[in-house]
Ligand binder design. Structure first.
Ligand SMILES: CN1c2c(nc(N)[nH]c2=O)NC[C@@H]1CNc1ccc(C(=O)N[C@@H](CCC(=O)N[C@@H](CCC(=O)N[C@@H](CCC(=O)O)C(=O)O)C(=O)O)C(=O)O)cc1
Ligand SMILES: N[C@@H](CCS)C(=O)O
Ligand SMILES: [Zn+2]
Length: 779
């Protein structure tokens, strides 16, 4: 019998209950007991939904829940708590949130831990931070065990999910060591006992299968430092120790987001210790045959968990195709050695389609093409039933009808859009004039001081802004009233920026729910869910719009608002747009054509907007490519191709302006080294980057690669509520000047300010501007 399984489920709840609960806890509006109780209810609901959908007993994940992030939970559980948090005299839950968000109370002021993108997703994790003499020890409460027991009490046997130790250690940064320090050789022996203790407790509690997320197995992990021998040795040492200590447990090694490829050697090396391997066959269907062959050759029989239901997108699965894939594994390994699974955790897709009344009523055809997490559980169970010989013919027929309908629907295809993409020429991808000449021409118009100051775009999306938008959506206020409110907010925001002394002004983005959803709403080819939220970081969620067809921009999207903003001030106002790659990356996009084709369509739409802004007299235009680095394929062999079309689409979107128009971009995520030549190729007049939670050393790349255009590495972290002091920003700016030429340096925060309150923004920006004033005197 093939088993229906799952790898992980979203935690925020059908209506984002966890978000509201956690935020209320932070604001002192609910107690710790209420936080515990509310989360318990959510977990119960999610386990029950999985059980009811037909996920097998013992294969419903637990420990996938988190108040903030599951990697942080793992650090907390094994005592990897940096000293600056350990020494705070606060209760454990406060310590946990201090690690995630920083802590500022009375005279205590501790920064948050580093946050990074989770592989190529829009989810962020808290980077484990270790020291050379790190001791790992169990927390007073062992979350993985507690959650297993909690589910057991409900009559649900779960499969606890743990961060695979090798992946956890490779993700960790170690303070105070040099580049030759080897995380694996150093920490493997130390981390084993704490994991063994957790495993023993899980076995005692009645667990059978344990899922180890060893997602690093899809990366190019082997290099000079992490040689094959070292990695193989690490895998063997860890999993041998686990098996010896707790022989009753079965271990599933889970990989996702790309192919395992030659790293299968490391799996082979531990084949006798483990009981199953999960592979992603949506992202990497080509790995089916080689992995099946390899697994078949192992002396010990292990289970192959085949990830055939897309955990990263929202389209209905072609069930007949999925069944064929599963059948290949069954034929080779036997049905008792095959699990049906989603490609990865369902954390990355919204909860359920069943509440989406708007799509159902207004776009019934598209509704029929969709599948969110709960519906995907049903797909998993249907595939398992089908290969087990149960009669699911009605479901399969209905599914085939939807799949056929989608592939031929006239809703999707617009010949004029396809034609426009074909007609893109190389001349459309270049500015023509070099930066050195452009900047002189721009300065004649803009006359900016040295170390120009700016912000990234958004200002606080206060409760009032959101509630007013909600009232407008519900029809409680008119469009005129809403527009006037937004204009008033914009004016107020611009006057504040003038008061702080910022040089390049932004309009604040008050009219935007989200920088991608806003543009989606103004283009044809998109639909929008009402409750399709997915977690981005901590309590912050995004509702990716659904791009289902060819893209058309019927009319200008931002021009009226930016023109208005420019009338509010003498200083230059940046026209704010989101770039094609970021729109692509943060939408659920069609899977019936290459992503590059969709990006070209988006680029043509943004290009029209850029041109219209310039014609409206806007002198500085920022096209955010916040997610360009995030979209980089995980395997090096795939990266050049991506970077080629990704940068081409950015150039297509921006290279239509005069040399006098200043083009900015902004990027979140600071791991730039591997894409540096591409950043250069973007040839923007200024780029602002998220950098403040990362090592300044990363900026060395700008020097190393001879970057000569304007650059603004974020001077402080906007994701945390703490206010940076003038001294702190000044120190950072002075340090930055060791890496960046003073003529090129912009002074700015590291991302938009929408998540902050004015009470934090005001002192932070005043300190920021003061730093620029000091630098001008010093340099
Ligand atoms: C820059 N970032 C972004 C990423 N991805 C995006 N798609 N967009 C981004 O900006 N990825 C990387 C980073 C991640 N950063 C963030 C930052 C902030 C948020 C965030 O604040 N999300 C909000 C939801 C935003 C939104 O759409 N708000 C709606 C209101 C929806 C709502 O909650 N309405 C309430 C009523 C009002 C209220 O009580 O507040 C309701 O319906 O009940 C809007 O503005 O109208 C969040 O709350 O999490 C995300 C990622
Ligand atoms: N312009 C956007 C960029 C965020 S990455 C903002 O300021 O919110
Ligand atoms: Zn950003």
């Amino acid at each position: 019998m093939v088993t229906a399984t799952n790898l992980g489920f979203g935690r925020i709840g059908i209506k984002r209950q966890l978000k509201f609960l956690v935020e209320k806890y932070w604001n002192g509006k609910v107690t710790y007991d209420e936080l515990i109780e509310g989360s318990k209810n959510l977990r119960a609901a999610h386990w029950t939904a999985q059980k009811e959908a037909g996920i097998a007993d013992g294969h419903i994940p637990s420990n996938d829940f988190s108040y903030y992030d599951h990697v942080l939970d793992n650090s907390f559980m094994i005592g990897a708590i940096p000293e600056r948090y350990q020494k705070l005299d606060i209760v454990p839950v406060e310590r946990y949130f201090a690690m995630a968000r920083g802590y500022q109370r009375d005279d205590i002021d501790v920064q948050a831990m580093e946050m990074k993108k989770w592989y190529d997703t829009n989810y962020h994790f808290i980077v484990p931070e270790l020291v050379e003499n790190q001791e790992f020890k169990l927390a007073y409460k062992v979350k993985a065990v507690d959650e297993f027991l909690e589910a057991k009490e409900l009559g649900i046997k779960t499969r606890p999910v743990l961060q695979g130790p090798i992946t956890y250690l490779l993700q960790a940064k170690v303070k105070g060591v040099d580049a030759s320090f080897n995380n694996l050789t150093h920490f493997v022996p130390r981390i084993i006992p704490v994991y063994v203790e957790i495993l023993k407790r899980l076995a005692d509690a009645g667990a059978e299968w344990i899922q180890f997320d060893e997602s690093y197995l899809v990366m190019d992990i082997v290099n000079e430092k992490y040689t094959k021998e070292i990695i193989q040795n690490a895998y063997q040492t860890v999993y041998k120790a686990f098996k010896e200590a707790v022989p009753s447990l079965k271990f599933l090694i889970a990989t996702y987001f790309d192919k395992v490829d030659s790293n299968i050697e490391f799996v082979e090396a531990i084949a006798n210790e483990i009981d199953g391997l999960h592979i992603d066959l949506v992202r990497a269907p080509q790995q089916l045959q080689p992995v099946v062959e390899k697994v078949k050759s192992f002396s010990k029989k292990i289970v192959l968990s085949v990830g055939v239901i897309d955990g990263r997108n929202i389209w209905k699965t072609d069930l007949s195709k999925a069944i064929k894939t599963v059948q290949v594994a069954i034929d080779a390994l036997g049905s008792e050695n095959v699990f049906v699974a989603p490609s990865c955790s369902l954390l990355h897709v919204p909860h359920t389609l069943s509440t989406e009344e708007n799509i159902k009523n207004n776009s019934p055809e598209v509704y029929d093409w969709l599948s969110f997490a709960v519906e995907k559980l049903d797909e998993i169970s249907t595939v398992a039933k089908a290969v087990n010989g149960e009669n699911v013919s009605e479901k399969l027929e209905a599914n085939q009808k939807s799949i056929n309908n989608r592939s031929t629907s006239p809703l999707i295809h617009k010949p004029e859009v396809k034609e426009a993409v074909k007609n893109v020429t190389p001349e459309m991808l270049t500015r023509g004039t070099p930066f050195a000449e452009r900047i002189v021409a721009q300065q004649k118009i803009l006359n900016l001081p040295k170390f120009p100051t700016t912000t990234i775009g958004s200002y606080p999306q206060s409760k009032e802004v959101r509630l007013t938008r909600q009232k407008f959506r519900k029809g409680e206020i008119t469009k005129e009233e809403y527009d006037q409110f937004i204009k008033d907010e914009t004016l107020r925001c611009i006057k504040k920026q003038e008061e702080y002394g910022l040089d390049v002004i932004v309009h604040g983005e008050f009219e935007r729910t989200d920088m991608v959803e806003f543009f989606g709403e103004k283009m044809e080819g998109y639909i929008f869910s009402q409750f399709g939220w997915v977690q981005s970081y901590g309590s912050r969620c995004v509702k990716p719009p659904i791009l289902y067809g060819d893209i058309v921009r019927p009319q200008p999207m931002t021009v009226e608002m930016i023109k208005y903003a420019q009338t509010c001030t003498e200083k230059p106002v940046k026209g704010m747009l989101t770039g094609p790659v970021t729109i692509l990356q943060w939408s659920f996009v069609r899977d019936d054509q290459p992503r590059s084709t969709t990006a070209y369509q988006l680029a043509l739409a943004i290009r029209k907007e850029v041109k219209d802004l310039e014609e409206a007299g806007i002198k500085v235009i920022q096209v955010d490519e916040a997610a360009l680095r995030e979209g980089l394929p995980l395997r090096k062999a795939d990266q050049d191709n991506y970077l080629q079309w990704a940068i081409d689409t950015f150039l297509l979107a921006t290279c239509c302006v005069k040399p006098t128009t200043q083009v900015h971009t902004h990027m979140c995520y600071s791991d730039f080294n591997d894409i540096f030549t591409s950043i250069k190729r973007m040839d923007t007049d200024a780029i602002t980057i998220e950098n403040s939670r990362s090592d300044l050393k990363l900026l060395n790349a700008f020097k190393q690669y001879g970057y000569t255009n304007g650059i603004g590495p974020g001077m402080y972290d906007i994701h945390s509520p703490r206010v940076p002091s003038y001294e702190e920003i000044l120190e950072r700016a002075r340090e930055t000047l060791k890496y960046i030429d003073s003529e090129l340096l912009w002074i700015n925060p590291d991302c938009g300010l929408k998540t902050r309150g004015w009470a934090e923004v005001e002192p932070s920006l005043k300190n920021l501007v003061q730093v620029a004033v000091t630098l001008r005197k010093e340099n």
